[in-house]
Design a protein around this ligand. Structure first.
Ligand SMILES: [Zn+2]
Length: 216
């Protein structure tokens, strides 16, 4: 029989969703021995994942193993095994970023070599000197860039990017208005730590909607 090869089919956000759902099963196993409860949680996890991912038969067989996970070590090994199926963030170089932020005279670039592009849904970095936070997101195969000012006043709140309750700060962006010389500003609470925020993104559509709302 011909061996079936599965091409990368998971977005980074899909992978985070699987990670989050697997943790739900592991936490249940750690807190109860009640078979019915465990069965119910596995069922909830299965329907949440299947509702969000459109899978081929071979892909579904791979994902179904997650519902049967029995402990953390096994779960982690399983997630590791899924990594080759993740579609990484679009490759960016220093010159890509410079062209995205053409008007920034003193653009401080992130350390690209330290970024695992298979783990990020969007690219973000800070310039602590100017309190600027730069964010790049892929949409319809195009990179979309925004820059804004991040306030250092951190509070507990809901992040507009990942929609989770976490340590957030006010992020203010502005775009040119239709009349020359006018600007429209948007202020939203987003996670202070963009690395953690990235891990919390399980539905990239919501993140894209947020980007659209502040760039249009
Ligand atoms: Zn966030």
């Amino acid at each position: 029989m011909e061996k079936q090869t599965i091409q990368p089919f998971l977005t980074v956000a899909n992978y985070h969703l699987l990670e989050q759902q697997m943790n739900k099963i592991i936490q249940t196993l750690a807190t109860t021995k009640d078979k019915n409860v465990i069965l119910a949680v596995r069922g909830i996890v299965e329907s949440e994942i299947m509702a969000k991912l459109a899978l081929s038969t071979a892909e579904a067989q791979l994902i179904e193993q997650l519902f049967k996970v029995t402990d953390r070590a096994q779960g982690e090994a399983y997630l590791e095994q899924l990594k080759p199926y993740v579609i990484p963030f679009k490759t960016v170089t220093a010159s890509t970023l410079k062209s995205l932020f053409k008007k920034e005279k003193k653009l401080k670039l992130p350390k690209l070599e330290e970024i695992d592009f298979q783990q990020i849904c969007y690219l973000a970095w800070d310039d602590p000197g100017t309190h600027r936070k730069y964010v790049v997101l892929e949409q319809d195969e195009q990179l979309k860039a925004i820059k804004g000012t991040f306030s250092n006043n951190i509070i507990k709140g809901i992040c507009a990017i990942c929609n989770r309750h976490s340590d957030v700060g006010f992020y203010t962006t502005s775009i040119k208005g239709q009349v020359v010389g006018t600007y429209t500003s948007h202020s939203n609470y987003i996670c202070a730590d963009s690395q953690t925020c990235n891990k919390h993104v399980t539905d990239i559509e919501k993140t894209k909607q947020f980007f659209n709302s502040i760039t249009q």
